[in-house]
Design a protein around this ligand. Sequence first.
Ligand code: ATP
Length: 359
Amino acid sequence: MDDVPTRTPISLASRLILEGVHHSYGTTAAAKGIDLVIEPGEIVCLLGPSGCGKTTLLRLIAGIERPSAGRILLDRRVVAGPDQFVPPEKRHIGLVFQDYALFPHLTNLDNVAFGLKALPRAEALAEARRALERMRLGRYAGDYPHALSGGEQQRVALARALVTRPGILLMDEPFSGLDSRLRGSVRAETLDVVRDAGATCVIVTHDPEEAMRMGDRIALMRAGRIVQLGTPVALYREPIDLPAARFFCEINEVAGRVAGGRLETPLGSFAAPGLGEGTPAVAAIRPQGVELRAPGSGAAGRVVEHRFLGELDLYEVVVAGIDRPLIVRRRGTAGLGAGQNVGVHIDIAEVLVFAATGP
Ligand SMILES: Nc1ncnc2c1ncn2[C@@H]1O[C@H](COP(=O)(O)OP(=O)(O)OP(=O)(O)O)[C@@H](O)[C@H]1O
């Protein structure tokens, strides 16, 4: 085991401010008026489907792209604005990309020392060695990146990004190149290192679970805009609309109309605050919120499919008046299988009601 140095890297974390930031590639608008404040030391995940503008936003923050309107500030310094533009190398940021972008012809030590050109060579190498040792990679200092596993290469890339003690660390899909078994451990390790370094951190991901694990807050993006910003709990519990709810969790969508402040559906009625009389609406019901009991109580249903999935089994249940079978995730119930009748009950804590928005 390598000796872990006692010296802790302290970076002066930056506050990042985006004010009305726009960016277009030709006629494609990729950022449409982004306002965002990220506090020093905070980890924020930019989350959203492919093409929503996450990478563009990261590139704007890094200075790889220049906004067509709006301002970007790091602490009180305007780094991009109508009359100012600070190039990436002068922004004091650390970058980690999906493919690690390590130089194949440099040793791991030289890869990490690369960003320390301003220091005398011996000092740069000593700093780089300490950074590698913090990542428990000291013994690979003289090797080349190709001899390392994907997870180890990712840690070298992280060491290289943090060795200059940047005020802000920007990571673009940093774990997507790793296989799913490695991803969890590298993610946890990265989180520890980033927290230790104290840097402000922006992470791009399209994976909601990753965003919930990594982010103090999540900025949910859609078509060049941030549609919701909040803690993982807030986004999961109170998604702003139906597409946001869909993004975080597989859901059953049961349509109905609002009557007397409640949404009437074949599964019962649910509170529909803020929705007017007669409004078409949708009850979004999480699969773990559907309970299957003996027939005779609740809504009458029939199991059409049952799959053993380990911890929670998957059932598909048809209910009269609902187009698609309900997806149900429950602990397996002995003897309950396809063809059996059930009574369907809904846990109202797992139901969200939204105005219908179309498919
Ligand atoms: N260099 C470019 N030239 C032209 N259009 C681009 C360029 N880069 C991105 N775009 C477009 O800008 C929009 C936003 O792209 P961006 O890569 O920021 O999205 P993303 O959310 O990061 O997507 P992904 O998760 O697939 O990487 C998309 O419509 C994309 O096609």
